[in-house]
Design a protein around this ligand. Structure first.
Ligand code: ADP
Length: 263
């Protein structure tokens, strides 16, 4: 594949296990990013999990948005510390970049943020992006960084956004409800109904469900970019695609190019 710069977004459900940060899964993700860097990819990570990390220190009612903000403020440095420790095993530096949707409404802000991201990447540092939940609660309430990561991919010029989720692909119907749901391997168009469907997150920490992922895919396809939805619990499908160039599982969202047949 002709991808150079990629954004990987990991959801809350993948990063938590029984109320704690799932350290083994975090390590597997970090190892994967290291493998990608060895393959000369530039990787930007968008990571949820701050609220969950905060909740391990202070039990507050997470149905109250103010409490979620407080938990994110407590958990964000803890989350970053864990990432720093894991990346340090491989002698790699990581960094924290906090953004929010309105940044992408301002050319000035985008320009500043892109300079910082480009400089981090050119110095071999992995940017770890999250929403700045003290000034914006958009993704905290709905989306779990799905839409933020699409803006990151577009404005920081990544060809591909990889969403690592609790679900291993996009299906023709919710696979947690219907046994006969079939995986869609490649999607080149998303219908209005699909974009407006009721959101259906699968976990108490997750907030978006499939709809915010489809909105992100639709936005990126319109910009001529791609999105890949795959499991964050088992990284074999995303590894096949990015390390071996083989599309085994997961869903690749990409616009149909002229003269190209969708397989
Ligand atoms: P994340 O782990 O990224 O936070 P969410 O739990 O927010 O993910 O969203 C994924 C969930 O969306 C799946 O577990 C599934 O129950 C639900 N879902 C609804 N419709 C579909 C569909 N057509 N294909 C895949 N998942 C679907």
């Amino acid at each position: 594949m002709d991808v150079q710069r990629i954004v990987i977004k990991v959801g809350s459900h993948v990063l938590t296990e029984k109320g704690n940060i799932a350290k083994q899964r975090m390590l597997a993700l970090v190892e994967f990013i290291v493998q990608l860097k060895e393959k000369k990819y530039e990787v930007i990570l968008v990571s949820s999990g701050a609220v969950a990390a905060g909740y391990t220190c202070l039990v507050l009612d997470r149905s109250v948005v103010a409490n979620k903000q407080a938990l994110a403020a407590i958990g964000q440095p803890l989350l970053l510390k864990m990432y720093q420790e894991k990346f340090a095993i491989f002698d790699i530096l990581c960094s924290q970049v906090l953004l929010y949707a309105e940044v992408f409404d301002s050319k000035e802000h985008i320009k500043h943020a892109k300079v910082a991201i480009d400089t981090l990447l050119s110095n071999d540092v992995v940017p770890i992006i999250n929403e700045n939940d003290t000034v914006s609660v958009q993704e905290l309430v709905f989306g779990d960084n799905d839409r933020l990561s699409a803006h990151v991919a577009h404005h920081f010029d990544a060809n591909l956004l990889v969403i690592l989720s609790d679900i291993d692909a996009f299906y023709d119907k919710d696979p947690n409800k219907y046994e006969d749901a079939k995986r869609r391997a490649i999607v080149s168009q998303i219908t209005q109904d699909e974009l407006e469907a009721e959101h259906s997150p699968h976990n108490e920490f997750a907030t978006g469900g499939i709809v915010t992922k489809l909105q992100s895919a639709d936005f990126l396809m319109q910009q001529g970019r791609k999105m890949f939805l795959a499991s964050g619990f088992d990284l074999s499908d995303v590894k096949s695609l990015l390390l071996d160039g083989e599309h085994m599982g997961g869903t690749l969202f990409k616009m149909q190019e002229n003269n190209e047949e969708i397989k």
